[in-house]
Write a protein that binds this ligand. Structure first.
Ligand code: FAD
Ligand code: SF4
Length: 467
């Protein structure tokens, strides 16, 4: 049996670095069956243990072996409501695939690639819409349309609840539409999921900011009997170094939103963005990789990733790092910015270039002892400062939950990082108010947000069915 998994076809690095189309092209039916045949159908199913939502992995893979792709989809959809999304963006290498027995003497089964194949097959060939469930008369409000909100809304709607999703932005999908770029997750896939919810009679109200347009108390006054907060962690962190307010410094959220949601790469975009030139992206997570690869596709001549630790500590998914390297992103590891430098022409205060980024001063780092999380602590090397010649700086060093909802809701407890405090049923300190996803945990993963949306829906159902 082949020790290596079936490679998934991808666009060549030279071609894809200049377009926004999806990089990975997916398995054919033959490839999927061949890959499924590598699964040993282990009795103790270690892969399922590694899956945060406990998908019955060997069962769906067996269906693929039999060529029953819709059967495989039905198995997955018992546990996951967004398989086409998770098959693309889940960090399977640290979850299900890291536990796969085939990984001991070779490469693990490509579980994520098979999940993606099955979901795409279903989306292409199965057009039947789910039937609208009979109404149970209860109304639930969901705040935010990211994976946690969409999952919670979908699970409740299937049980007959009348669900309204309130979304601050003009398009539903959360990070799946404003953050993760088209070349990793086509927006059409997210739009299909949203359409699926509408078919279940879920109302989606966009351009409604809870905490400004309406408060949680007003939602209760409007007749909603329970509220789920899935408002994510969209508030960008900055380094608080000199020069962060110069022209040409973006948070990754702003940069990616302008590109993904407002299509700033088009000839006549809804919003401008700085294109071309030299771009430094600060950070080493998925967000940093997405911003760097977006900069390249927007036409940058040179893109740097500036990260204060080494490649071993880089938190982004391996596949994304490999893709970024293939595309020509220059990794400046063990470097940390200390100042962003702006152009200043004292002779002519009207010079348009005044206040624009012209460089980023960095200091070299070395790794010391492990910190409390076990990652080796970066320590600045004295006297090693140097200036990186750049015109744009994108800060991708993490995000936090926005305090708006907390500040406008009486009695909603949050922790010191701004995460909403919940019990094991995702219930907050307010009766009838549940929360989940990044709003609770801080920036995490799609699958964990989805899992929280699922368990909140179950708890809301138990709460309201007792009424
Ligand atoms: P979100 O997806 O953040 O959705 C929250 C929604 O709530 C947003 O649409 C927001 O506009 C809305 N909202 C906020 N406040 C309000 C309000 N007051 N009123 C109304 N609506 C409001 N995870 C992975 O697993 N794999 C990846 O490869 C990956 N890549 C990522 C790349 C980027 C660029 C980013 C930013 C994140 C990435 N993540 C990845 C993380 C993942 O996307 C998040 O963990 C996940 O989307 C969290 O889901 P959520 O439902 O909690 O919140
Ligand atoms: Fe198949 Fe790997 Fe799971 Fe075993 S651990 S059932 S080989 S996917």
């Amino acid at each position: 049996m082949n020790l290596k998994r079936n490679e998934m076809p991808v666009q060549s690095p030279e071609t894809r670095a200049h377009n926004f189309e999806e990089v990975a092209l997916g398995y054919t039916e033959e490839m999927a069956i061949d890959e499924a045949m590598r699964c040993l159908n282990c009795k103790n199913m270690p892969c399922v243990d590694g899956c945060p939502v406990k998908i019955h992995i060997p069962e769906f893979i067996n269906k693929i072996k039999e060529g029953d792709f819709e059967g495989a989809y039905q198995v997955i959809s018992k546990s996951s409501s967004l398989p086409a999304v998770c098959g693309r963006v889940c960090p399977q290498e640290t979850q299900c695939e890291s536990k796969c027995v085939r990984g001991i003497k070779g490469e693990s089964v490509g579980i994520g690639r098979l999940e993606r194949f099955v979901a795409d097959w279903h989306n292409t060939f199965v057009t039947a819409k789910p039937e609208k469930p009979e109404s149970n008369g209860h109304k639930v409000a969901v705040i935010g349309s990211g994976p946690s909100g969409l999952t919670c809304a979908g699970d409740l709607a299937k049980k007959g609840y009348k669900v309204t999703v309130f979304e601050a932005l003009h398009t539903a999908g959360g990070v799946l539409v404003y953050g993760i770029p088209e070349f990793r997750l086509p927006k059409e896939i997210v739009a299909k999921e949203v359409e699926g919810l509408k078919a279940l009679d879920v109302d989606i109200e966009t351009n409604v900011v809870i905490g400004k347009t309406l408060t949680i108390d007003e939602l209760f006054e409007m007749g909603f009997e329970a509220v789920f907060i899935g408002s994510g962690a969209g508030l960008p962190n900055f380094m608080n170094i000199p020069g962060e307010s110069l022209k040409g410094v973006y948070s990754a959220n702003e940069y990616l939103t302008r590109s993904n949601l407002m299509k700033s790469y088009l000839k006549h975009p809804d919003t401008p963005i700085m294109k071309g030139g030299k771009v430094a992206v600060v950070g080493g997570g998925n967000v940093a990789m997405d911003a760097a690869r977006t900069a390249l596709r927007l036409g940058a001549d040179k893109v740097y990733i500036v990260y204060r630790r080494s490649m071993d500590e880089l938190p982004a998914r391996r596949e994304e790092v490999e893709h970024a390297i293939e595309e020509g992103i220059d990794f400046r590891l063990l470097n940390n910015p200390v100042e962003i430098i702006g152009y200043n022409n004292p002779e002519d205060p009207r010079d348009e270039k005044n206040g624009c980024v012209i460089g980023m001063k960095c200091i070299k780092m070395e790794l010391g002892e492990p910190d409390e999380k076990g990652r080796r602590r970066p320590i600045p090397v004295e006297g090693s400062e140097f200036v990186l010649d750049v015109d744009t700086v994108v800060m991708a060093i993490g995000t936090s939950p926005n305090p708006l909802i907390k500040n406008t809701t009486e009695g909603l407890e949050v922790n010191r990082w701004g995460g909403i405090v919940v019990n094991e049923d995702e219930l907050t300190s307010r009766e009838g108010v549940y929360a989940g996803g990044d709003a609770v945990t801080g920036a995490a993963t799609v699958i964990s947000a989805m899992g929280a949306g699922k368990s909140a829906a179950k708890a809301i159902d138990e709460f309201l069915s007792e009424r």
